[in-house]
Design a protein around this ligand. Structure first.
Ligand SMILES: [Zn+2]
Length: 393
């Protein structure tokens, strides 16, 4: 029985990640015969999780094979993303499409748990109210820009918001009143997993994802598994020490951390911008000015690129990744600093460690963390799809 249920979950997982697949492709991937696929698919169709149909475009003569397609419009999760400057809520369908979304700006300072939870719950309820009749919410997932205790969604430390031991997952679950738990993960951890499943990391089980917001987060996959550490707080690459002697102070209390040297504050300060200036638009303006050859911005980009390259060189020496992916605001930064980053990698990473390492921009752009949160929400369904929880979130 357990085997059967896990086979249902495996089949559903394949179409969730890869999209429509023929019975033959599913049989090959799962190592079972086609009649088993037929039986499993029939159960999932009866439950409204997948449907079978002819592919939209076919080539060649003869009748095309049916494909198994996830019921993306009907079966969804609510996904939430708490970033430094914004909060996002989305209805994400089985198979990964973002069906609907709501977004709100949030101030950086003085934002307490109740305010954030209240805002997110309001956005979530709006999404559910706007969902088509007959849709089913099967889970809730959230991404948070801080260190999250696995299991209960407790924010142990959120440096940008000053949160320590805040019961974010539990409170959001209560505010939504859906009778479903909210699974919470660190934004960069979730971004790494999302890029591996659907973005620039597909096919690379040994990858490093670097997520820029105001600071820098990291997610490291080894053999396709997230390197969580002893208690789930691993991969804090933003606090890797790169400049201990005259480094900039970091929010963590140390100085010279990678994020202190490469984050938004460092970029604006190096470019000589006013000390009260902040925000993604201001950082982008520096990058634009550097591309146009403005001297202070050009020097800032060179220095920040140096530090970023030193950090990545350390990671390449340590983990020998197949790919390093730059996400969030690091997409913008890497696009401008790539030559500096490459020079430092060449100088500091050992040839044997770096020779196959690719450097890529995030394929999911600003939605990597949100898509990762959605996958947290889908995890229970994919582990054991039946019976489908017919709850109205
Ligand atoms: Zn730090």
């Amino acid at each position: 029985m357990r085997n059967h249920r896990s086979s249902l979950g495996t089949l559903l997982h394949h179409v969730h990640v890869s999209g429509p697949l023929s019975r033959a492709a599913l049989a090959e991937r799962m190592g079972v015969n086609r009649s088993t696929i037929l039986a499993l698919t029939a159960e999932l169709v009866a439950s409204g999780l997948v449907r079978e149909e002819y592919p939209a475009a076919t080539h060649g003569a003869g009748r095309p094979s049916l494909v198994v397609r996830p019921e993306s419009e009907r079966v969804y999760v609510l996904a939430f993303d708490v970033a430094v400057d914004r909060v996002v809520a989305a209805r994400v369908g089985l198979g990964g499409p973002i069906l609907d979304r709501r977004e709100a700006a949030r101030p950086r300072a003085g934002v307490d748990l109740d305010t954030v939870v209240g805002k997110l719950a309001g956005l979530g309820r709006d999404l559910v109210d706007a969902a088509p009749p007959g849709s089913v919410c099967v889970g809730l997932g959230a991404s948070y820009c801080g260190m999250i205790r696995p299991g209960d969604g407790m924010v142990r430390y959120g440096p940008e918001m000053g949160w320590v031991d805040q019961a974010f997952g539990a409170e959001l679950g209560r505010a939504l009143g859906a009778g479903l738990p909210v699974f919470v993960g660190n934004e960069a951890h979730l971004g790494a997993l999302a890029e591996y499943k659907r973005g620039s990391g597909v096919g690379f089980p040994d990858l490093i994802y670097l997520h820029g917001d105001v600071g820098v987060g990291g997610g490291i996959l080894v053999g396709g598994k997230l390197l969580g550490g002893e208690a789930g707080y691993g991969c804090e690459v933003g606090h890797m020490l790169v400049n201990p002697f005259d480094g900039r102070p970091c929010l963590c209390g140390s100085r010279g951390c990678l994020e202190a040297e490469t984050g938004e504050h460092a970029l604006l300060a190096e470019a000589g911008r006013p000390p009260d200036l902040a925000g993604r638009d201001a950082a982008r303006a520096v990058l634009r000015d550097a591309a146009a050859g403005e001297p202070a911005a050009t020097n800032a980009v060179a220095r920040i690129g140096d530090w970023l390259g030193i950090g990545v060189a350390n990671l390449i020496n340590l983990f020998n990744p197949a790919v390093v992916i730059f996400g969030g605001t690091l997409r913008d930064l890497y696009a401008v600093t790539a030559p500096h980053v490459a020079a430092r990698i060449c100088q500091h990473a050992m040839p044997v460690s770096r020779e196959r390492a690719k450097l890529r921009l995030s394929g999911l752009a600003d939605d990597a963390t949100l898509i990762g949160a959605a996958d947290l929400g889908f995890a229970a369904l994919l582990a054991d799809p039946l019976p489908l929880p017919a709850r109205d979130c």
